[in-house]
Design a protein around this ligand. Structure first.
Ligand SMILES: NC(=O)c1ccc[n+]([C@@H]2O[C@H](COP(=O)([O-])OP(=O)(O)OC[C@H]3O[C@@H](n4cnc5c(N)ncnc54)[C@H](OP(=O)(O)O)[C@@H]3O)[C@@H](O)[C@H]2O)c1
Length: 231
């Protein structure tokens, strides 16, 4: 049976690479893109308009997929921003994945995979103790949505909060055997990473695909790069 994946930020970089790999393996891929007219042409892929900074755009996507009776076997929350202001950083990197995953949860198949694309800059060992204490106090998705409005930090903090969100969704979706993990591509040569980055796009993509392809006994709630826990 054909499996369906939704990848956000599928227009370029890591999201495009992940989408291309999945499509070549026979997945039907829904490409979450801001500009469907210029979406990449991939076999068995369909462009879905999605601006993850916009709660309205997220709600419209959830409504559209729901009314079509779609079931998702994989959700990759990949869209991200780095060199921008705090409002966009928190809206795209944390609020977007929080609202999208919550909205799409009823459409996920039992046993699905959810992958949050994180960064080594979000790892716990480089956050301040005060911020970690704040994160650990967040017990619900709504707590993290409130944090996203306060915007307490830059890129690394948004990714640390995304890792916390991963753990919360992992707990929530465990009864349905849905594995939710955060995976970092490492510093890779995309538009975001720049041409001086040490890793190829393919290496970054492989690190994300590892979390997409976990078997039923794989981990959930963790943060990984190249299949190894990121501390
Ligand atoms: N590259 C690295 O070194 C690196 C390292 C660690 C983590 N990451 C993470 O990996 C993920 C992918 O990064 P990348 O390197 O592939 O970045 P990229 O080349 O800059 O691509 C970013 C992607 O996110 C999309 N995007 C941005 N804002 C969006 C929004 N509001 N709604 C929908 N899509 C939006 C972009 O779409 P448009 O084409 O419409 O702008 C694009 O497809 C990000 O989450 C990033 O934080 C990257």
């Amino acid at each position: 049976m054909t499996r369906t994946a939704l990848v956000t930020g599928a227009s370029r970089g890591i999201g495009l690479g992940v989408s291309r790999a999945l499509a070549s393996e026979g997945w039907r891929v829904l490409l979450g893109v801001r500009t469907p007219a210029t979406a990449p042409a991939l076999p068995a892929a369909e462009a879905e308009p999605l601006d993850v900074a916009s709660p309205r755009s997220i709600a419209a996507l959830v409504e559209r997929l729901g009314s079509r009776g779609e079931k998702l076997d994989l959700l990759v929350n990949n869209a991200g921003v780095y060199r921008t202001g705090r409002a966009e950083l928190w809206d795209v990197n944390l609020r977007g994945p929080a609202l999208l995953t919550r909205g799409l949860a009823p459409l996920l198949s039992d046993g699905a995979r959810v992958v949050m694309v994180t960064s080594g800059l979000g790892r716990r060992s480089v956050q301040s103790p005060a911020f970690l204490e704040r994160l650990d106090r967040a017990k619900t998705v709504d707590d993290l949505l409130a944090l996203a409005e306060e915007r307490p930090g830059d890129y690394g903090a948004t990714k640390a909060a995304l890792d916390r969100l991963t753990a919360l969704f992992a707990e929530k979706l465990k009864p349905r055997r849905i594995l939710v993990n955060a995976a970092s591509p490492g510093w890779a040569r995309t538009d975001m990473g720049g041409s001086g980055a040490p890793r190829s796009v393919e290496e970054g993509v492989a690190s994300i695909l590892w979390a997409c392809r976990l078997g039923p006994n794989g981990p959930t709630g963790g943060v990984f790069e190249d299949g190894q826990p990121l501390a």
